[in-house]
Design a protein around this ligand. Sequence first.
Ligand code: ADP
Ligand code: ADP
Ligand code: ZN
Length: 213
Amino acid sequence: MKLIIFGPQGSGKGTQAELIARRRNIPYISTGDIFRYNLKQQTGLGEKIAEYVNQGLLVPDELTNEVVNDRLNQPDCVTGFILDGYPRNQFQLDFLIRLHAIDWAVVIELDDLEAIKRLGGRLACKCGLSYHLQFNPPTQPNICNKCGGELFKREDDQAAAIKQRLAIYHEQTEPLINFFDQQHKLILVNGNQSIEDVYQEIDKKLAAKEGRI
Ligand code: ADP
Ligand code: ADP
Ligand code: ZN
């Protein structure tokens, strides 16, 4: 199954995408995680993208499309994938749909104020999992349950960069949702529930769309 997950920053895309990927045995692909990994490892790609990521600006489309294309051509993506953080604008959407038939687009709805509150307490891990100081704490303080890595606050999770990223989301990414709506491939879920309830809503709606119930 080929899925995309949309929603404003802080709506829980990464959290839900990881659950969906694990339970359906498909790879979870986050362009943000790929970029952060390259920044940390100081790769050639990392050097090219640093100024954009650190300011909360979009990395140029050609570069982003190439990175995604390489990842989706890996053998583990043959049976499906879930994309988080891509596509973010019309140019990226056009590129993606020429190459892959997307089955469903899941949209997590949450207002900006709620999203900002969540990002203030977000703790990230290099493996892609994210936690929250109150809403989803790790079992051991500051240690990832899955990989044992040390958790960190993302540099772009501070007020100015969050505002910038939310503005770009509303302006450039949200309009892409129409495309999937017109194709009857849209799954809207209420993000203002517990992590497990959001997951249950997604799973139920996916099952209904697939004709499983
Ligand atoms: P968020 O969704 O919270 O902004 P991500 O982890 O998805 O964070 O992305 C972090 C940063 O990586 C973005 O601010 C941007 O600089 C870059 N990035 C991620 N995905 C894309 C994309 N599809 N196109 C361009 N830049 C991207
Ligand atoms: P996104 O990928 O959309 O930016 P994340 O999945 O990283 O969002 O979630 C943002 C923050 O909110 C994280 O700290 C996460 O643990 C927390 N979170 C995610 N879903 C929920 C939820 N349903 N209720 C409360 N907190 C949540
Ligand atoms: Zn981890």
